[in-house]
Design a protein around this ligand. Structure first.
Ligand SMILES: [Zn+2]
Length: 190
């Protein structure tokens, strides 16, 4: 057994070998291991030798069409990597480990030469989930006016930038810059 009773587990996690226990609610067998099919609290029943997942108070799993808030961890020419923090409308932060990406074709819904022009490391984005391959490989889109950067991190001084009266991004340090902005820029202030 890799876990203790009551541990919080994520979908796909190995719980124990199939010889030790039998799978019960929200668990399945793969390659000789019992794995979690849902996120939630692990329930180990040593009397009946079963393992199951209690998902009653677990935060909901990310699904296609969810809106998420995340921060940009890496910007490449063709795609941007995002660590997902929250599903919009859910109070609790996600437990851990959700990662996504925005491909250049999903950034603005139009041709763009490089993602470096639209996003920078540290930016906070609101995006829509368009594919869930694994918890660490979730495809996101910002190709709508309501989606994109909601807080832009200044590349000069690492402060968050403000929109000026001309709707241009400007930092206290004097730096001006450009992003794929959301209409909600400045929203969801923590
Ligand atoms: Zn600055």
């Amino acid at each position: 057994m890799n876990h203790e009773d009551g541990d919080y587990v994520l979908p796909g996690e190995i719980l124990c070998s199939y010889e030790e226990y039998s799978p019960s609610n929200w668990t399945y067998v793969e390659k000789g291991y019992i794995k979690a099919n849902k996120q939630g609290k692990l329930v180990i029943d040593d009397y009946n030798k079963t393992v199951s997942i209690d998902s009653r108070d677990a935060p909901r799993h990310i699904q296609i069409n969810d809106l998420i808030i995340g921060y940009v961890t890496e910007v490449r020419t063709q795609k941007v990597l995002v660590t997902i923090k929250q599903i919009v409308g859910q109070k609790r932060d996600l437990v851990a480990g959700y990662k996504g990406y925005i491909h250049i074709s999903q950034a603005i819904g139009d041709y763009v030469q490089s993602m470096h022009y639209l996003f920078k490391i540290g930016d906070i984005v609101e995006a829509k989930v368009i594919n869930v391959f694994t918890t660490e490989y979730i495809e996101l889109s910002t190709a709508s006016r309501k989606l994109g950067v909601i807080k832009a991190m200044c590349t000069n001084c690492r402060s968050f930038m403000e929109l000026d009266q001309n709707n241009e991004l400007r930092c206290e340090c004097g730096k001006k810059d450009y992003r794929k902005l959301s209409e909600n820029y400045g929203g969801y202030i923590e």
